[in-house]
Write a protein that binds this ligand. Structure first.
Ligand SMILES: NC(=O)c1ccc[n+]([C@@H]2O[C@H](COP(=O)([O-])OP(=O)(O)OC[C@H]3O[C@@H](n4cnc5c(N)ncnc54)[C@H](OP(=O)(O)O)[C@@H]3O)[C@@H](O)[C@H]2O)c1
Length: 407
């Protein structure tokens, strides 16, 4: 009989219940490979179990309860007691990661969290292990499946944002309260974790600027198609001017970008470093069985030590004003000189136009432009001046364009 390895499970919801089922299903195979049989020692929910007794009976704690407290206190207590911890809790790690990693180092235990970012896509492991020797310059990610489904559906069927959101809720891709997803906050938490690992510098969710997809219209999608662009909610973590920038916002991509073809509820992360050029990992970004699979992978890794707990080695400043290309959408009075005046203001702001599409709408016209890269502050100063022009029919709208293509 192989030795047993006891797992205490905090949370028995979507991920926890799927994990318990998967563990039972895979226990024989894991025992055959590792010589150790993982067993569930107990479960804690709001209505059953007691934490201290569960901890006493466990070699490792799986935290899939979500939220900050009591998840944080339980994870810290488990590590202090010498137990490894596996968590899928992006909120907890993006707010209290440093405290948790410090405790893991002090206690000499493992804190693993593959399920916290991009579901089953093994991006944490790749950053911590496979690319440990690479100097990561930039990460772009589609790390929220709900918004990617909504945007894909708007593009595919011409649906409005509200209709696509309703459809996502009916199919179970969006929660009844989708706020964290559609505002970009969920993606911001995940990008904080990825930036922390990629750049070995402390990054918390408060330092990530984020915009959501609520303002995106079916029109944007149609114009994007004409310009050969696809629209995604993109998380970016990159080195800039001696610091880093971590942000989440809608962005247009040209067809050659690896994230351009990632549709539906899928997630994908592109990592760029000089030695590797670019790698892209993609797959299901959420779901009980999928996330449970990532959690079980972490449990097995913890059963067979060692793995390192990352220490920060830098203290890089967060850079607020970065360079980006832009899509600019304007509705204007259709009369001579309008385009010239707008181009003049953009020129004075340092912006140069890459492409323009114009559509007549009776007495008015719709102008859609794609700009070459420019610092965000200069561009928005120009947009603010354009917004004041008397022939503007509504506020101009700007969306960033990621103008890299890997072909
Ligand atoms: N769902 C996904 O697809 C997914 C994907 C990736 C990561 N995650 C992460 O995984 C974690 C769990 O998500 P989930 O979707 O499985 O959540 P869920 O379905 O809401 O389940 C949460 C579980 O934790 C228990 N719990 C919550 N607060 C508790 C408390 N104060 N004391 C004791 N038990 C408590 C709940 O107990 P009761 O049963 O008594 O309510 C429930 O069993 C979250 O951190 C989430 O961000 C989820």
């Amino acid at each position: 009989m192989p030795d047993t390895f006891r797992i205490g499970l905090l949370g028995h919801g979507t991920v926890g219940a799927a994990f318990a089922e998967l563990l039972e299903e895979r226990a024989d195979a894991i025992a055959a490979i590792t010589g150790i049989r993982p067993v569930l020692s107990g479960v804690l929910t709001r209505s059953r179990g007691e934490f201290t007794a569960l901890l006493d009976d466990s070699d490792l704690i799986v935290e899939v309860m979500g939220g900050i407290e009591p998840a944080r206190s339980h994870a810290l207590a488990a590590m202090r007691a010498g137990r490894h911890v596996v968590s899928a809790n992006k909120l907890l790690l993006s707010q209290h990661g440093e405290e948790l990693w410090a405790q893991a180092r002090e206690s000499g235990v493992q804190l693993r969290f593959e399920g916290a970012v991009a579901g089953v896509v093994p991006v944490i492991r790749v950053l911590q292990e496979s690319l440990a020797g690479a100097h990561v310059e930039r990460i772009h990610g589609i790390v929220n499946g709900t918004t990617n489904y909504i945007l894909s559906e708007m593009r595919r069927s011409g649906a409005s944002y509200a209709d696509a959101l309703r459809q996502a809720q009916e199919l179970g891709y969006a929660e009844a309260d989708p706020t964290d997803d559609v505002t970009g906050r969920d993606a911001a938490a995940k990008m904080a974790i990825l930036a922390r690992l990629a750049f070995s510098t402390p990054v918390s969710i408060d330092q990530v600027t984020y915009e959501g997809i609520e303002q995106i219209t079916a029109d944007d999608m149609a114009h994007a198609d004409e310009l050969g662009l696809g629209l995604k909610l993109i998380g970016t973590a990159e080195r800039v001017e001696g610091g880093i920038s971590v942000r989440v916002h809608p962005a247009f991509l040209y067809g050659g970008h690896p994230l351009a073809s990632v549709d539906g509820p899928f997630n994908a992360v592109t990592i760029e470093a000089p030695a590797i050029t670019e790698i892209t990992l993609s797959g299901p970004g959420a779901g009980g069985p999928q996330t449970a699979s990532a959690v079980l992978g972490d449990v097995i890794s913890a059963m067979i030590p060692p793995a390192s707990t990352p220490e920060t080695i830098d203290s890089l400043p967060i850079v607020a004003d970065v360079v980006s290309a832009f899509y600019l959408h304007m509705e204007v009075e259709d009369r001579p000189g309008v385009l010239a005046r707008i181009a003049e203001i953009l020129g004075e702001s340092g912006a140069s136009i890459r492409s323009v599409v114009q559509h007549g709408m009776g007495d008015n016209a719709r102008l859609v432009m794609v700009m070459h890269p420019i610092t965000e502050s200069s561009f928005y100063a120009g947009v603010e001046r354009i917004a004041q022009l008397p022939f503007l029919r509504s506020r101009p709208r700007a969306i960033r364009v990621i103008d890299e293509e890997f072909m």
